[in-house]
Ligand binder design. Structure first.
Ligand code: ADP
Length: 464
């Protein structure tokens, strides 16, 4: 696989100070496909300096010009969609169809949305005798995970650039090649030197250095709650802005009047998508006691449509593989009923996990409380609507969710009482412009659309 043995800083690919490197592994066959530099604190410092230097001119660039450059980034990504999809397949293991339809296509849509928003956004507002200026926060440190290697990058870089901020990105160590393709697209688009910078490296080294850097004004992190908590504490200590997009354990609530077959089928598909490695996945399926066994049968049939290696890829790494199978063992040990799948490896090679369904899951079980990040769905029975609501809201998380009912009004009435950032009503589609982010310990801040742009702005009020 093509890889740069360099960092992209100040508008050029440059050798790293660090001589360490990271081996990138294809999780489908466990082979090393490339090596990239593992940047250290000095590499991060060089990137932050480049971003700081570029900031005043970029912040002062007319919004129409910023919009045009984002449009050019969008076009450069669109032109590389095949290469992006192949790279995501190689380093994440995503099946080619899903890699093209989601991993490559969604970031093009999101980049395009910010080209449009940058052009039309009002960076000024009148309140009484004041004019309020919405100004870019400054240098953004973006730390991204591997589950949607390009989407996670674009969901931070595009709004930051649209707002007039400059960016240093530290992508996940498992998926640095896709991040390098993004840097190539930015370069090709003609974005001025230093406005976007890429430092590949390990989380505890490069990521930690970026989060703690005194010249970074805002840290935007997506990843585990454990690391997010640390980054939030560091940012709090330094009184800098922070956005955290963390874990989830979202509820898929199927109310009694719903189309059960469709709700179960789409609920299972939602969890199997990306091998369950989606923070907002509907990993808890809540079904009324009266139709519970019927739902268990439907779920069992539904997962059979996901043979590992065909419609579902491996999980990203040996570590995740151990982790996910550990949770499956735990589910069995705590007394849940294994209906499909299990901890055994379904293939000889690659980090594949059997699509797994658990029934008779109770709300306090580990598999009903903790994020598994694998193709594992837990079916929980409920007695009545109040019980369903208690279960749905009964975790520390609140990122996504779904409600299915006889009609939208009934589903919406339930969704209003859910402590979560997004709810899909009767199978409503994902909207790349809708604010995405967490209630409770799922995070702080919102991404995507105009709300995502607002995260990168600070206000100055002028009184007349
Ligand atoms: P996961 O366990 O799913 O890999 P992480 O939260 O560890 O999720 O990783 C998300 C991102 O955070 C990655 O880019 C990773 O390198 C980075 N990261 C991990 N540990 C730290 C840390 N201590 N400080 C800053 N960034 C980190």
């Amino acid at each position: 696989m093509k890889a740069h043995d360099a960092m992209y800083t100040g508008g050029r690919w440059r050798s790293s100070v660090s001589t360490e490197s990271i081996a990138v592994v294809n999780p489908a066959d466990e082979r090393i496909i490339a090596e990239v530099p593992a940047g250290n604190a000095e590499d991060v410092d060089a990137a932050v300096r480049a971003a700081r230097e570029a900031f005043p001119a970029w912040a002062a660039t007319p919004q129409a010009r910023r919009a045009a450059l984002l449009g050019a980034v969008r076009d450069a990504l669109a032109a590389r969609q095949d290469e992006i999809a192949e790279t995501v397949t190689a380093e994440l293991g995503a099946p080619p169809g899903f890699a093209r339809a989601v991993h490559a296509a969604l970031p093009v849509a999101v980049a395009g949305s910010y080209a449009e928003l940058a052009a039309g956004y009002s960076f000024e507002e009148r309140i009484g005798n004041s004019t309020v200026l919405l100004e870019p926060v400054g240098v953004v440190g973006a730390i991204t995970p591997w589950n949607y290697p390009l989407h996670q990058v674009v969901a931070k870089a595009a709004p930051a650039l649209a707002a007039g901020c400059t960016v240093v990105l530290k992508p996940a160590e498992n998926t640095p090649l896709t991040a390098q393709l993004f840097a190539e697209a930015v370069d090709e688009a003609g974005v001025p030197a230093g406005v976007f910078n890429l430092v590949t490296g390990l989380g505890p080294v490069a990521g930690a250095a970026l989060a703690a850097h005194q010249d970074v004004d805002l840290v935007s992190f997506t990843g585990s709650t454990a690391v997010g908590r640390r980054i939030g504490a560091i940012a709090g200590g330094a009184v800098k802005r922070v956005a955290l997009e963390l874990g989830g354990k979202s509820a898929n609530v199927i109310l009694p009047g719903a189309d059960l077959a469709r709700a179960v089928r789409e609920g299972v598909a939602n969890v199997m998508s990306n091998s369950g490695q989606t923070c907002s996945a509907w990993t808890r399926m809540l079904v009324h006691r009266d139709r519970y066994e019927e739902a268990v049968e439907l779920a069992k049939e539904a997962v059979a449509a996901y043979p590992p290696g065909e419609r579902i890829g491996p999980v990203v790494s040996a570590r995740q593989w151990e982790r996910v199978r550990g949770y499956i063992d735990k589910g069995v040990a705590e007394g849940a009923r294994l209906v499909a799948g299990g901890p055994e490896a379904p293939r000889d090679r690659g980090y594949y996990v059997s699509p797994t369904v658990f029934a008779d899951v109770t709300p306090e079980m580990t598999i009903a409380q903790e994020e598994i990040f694998g193709p594992v769905v837990a079916l929980l029975p409920y007695e009545d609507t109040e019980d369903a609501l208690r279960i749905a809201n009964g975790t520390v998380y609140g990122l996504g969710g779904a409600v299915w009912a006889a009609d939208d009004a009934e589903a919406v009435a339930f969704a209003r009482r859910m402590d979560t950032g997004q709810v899909h009503i009767n199978g409503g589609r994902f909207n790349p412009l809708a604010p995405f982010g967490g209630y409770k310990q799922s995070g702080v801040g919102r991404e995507l659309g105009p709300h995502g742009l607002a995260e990168y702005l600070q206000t100055k009020s002028l009184q007349f």
